[in-house]
Design a protein around this ligand. Sequence first.
Ligand SMILES: CCCCCCCC/C=C\CCCCCCCC(=O)N[C@@H](CO)[C@H](O)/C=C/CCCCCCCCCCCCC
Ligand SMILES: [Ca+2]
Ligand SMILES: [Zn+2]
Length: 266
Amino acid sequence: MAGVFAYESSEVDWCEDNYKHSENVVEYFNTMSSFIFFVVSPIMLYLFHPYARERNLAVHLVWFMMIFVGLFSMYFHMTLSYVGQMLDEISILWVLAIGYALWFPRRHFPFFVKDRSSFSRMVLVITIFTTLSSFIQPTVNAYALNCFAIHILYSLGLEMRSCTDQRALRLAQASIGLWVLAIFCWISDRFGCSVWKKLNFCYLHGIWHILIVVATAYGSTLIAYLDANYEIPHSLPNLQYWPRDNWALGLPYIALKGTTKTQKGC
Ligand SMILES: CCCCCCCC/C=C\CCCCCCCC(=O)N[C@@H](CO)[C@H](O)/C=C/CCCCCCCCCCCCC
Ligand SMILES: [Ca+2]
Ligand SMILES: [Zn+2]
């Protein structure tokens, strides 16, 4: 039993050299780069607040859970233990489940689902089942999680087809661009390690951490914005950037401008 907590008890070992900078931390850069979760999550909790107050305070669960994803990611890379890997992957699964339950567009619900509460209950049952199944073959979990990302991109593509809102379109391009870069780093670290070792650059998984957190900040704001246009159009949702609206590298958020119904472009 204690073996599942043992250092390097996970079958996964990322490209970064083990114990290079510390005898207690297996992958130092991968562990430290997970700190980005603790920086971005509180800011996103703050930026999501006006939208969450209007729509549903449960929205805060997404970025609240992301703090735990960061914590478990740090623990995983510090130990490369089996428990660390499972906590890291299962926490990502639950963030995705919360995102689906909150934001999956009502008009795309399966025919037998009548409202969002039934849909959320269905997501809960599937997530519990998937959590239990994740212990059967832990090495395939990460690939299965990435398939959810592909489904999110597909659903976003469908939504954006009829969108004429330039800010939303720009945010979609940025989110997808960041996700593509992130997934390139993740796959390259997994399968191209020998090449990166020759180049003496084994930090791609750490870079993935940074890119995927920013992609999630961009992507979740865009999804929430599309949701706000359908669910709370009277609050006139508007996309802005923090800390300054004209700063292209800021974090996006939804500003609510009022209470009059208007026709939007998405
Ligand atoms: C309509 C549905 C809306 C759902 C939106 C919810 C979006 C947030 C979902 C997930 C957060 C991703 C957190 C990533 C944590 C990375 C930790 C990590 O690096 N773990 C690795 C091991 O250390 C592990 O191998 C990684 C496994 C793969 C994880 C795949 C995550 C999918 C990310 C989905 C991102 C959506 C971006 C949207 C872009 C338009
Ligand atoms: Ca390693
Ligand atoms: Zn990681």
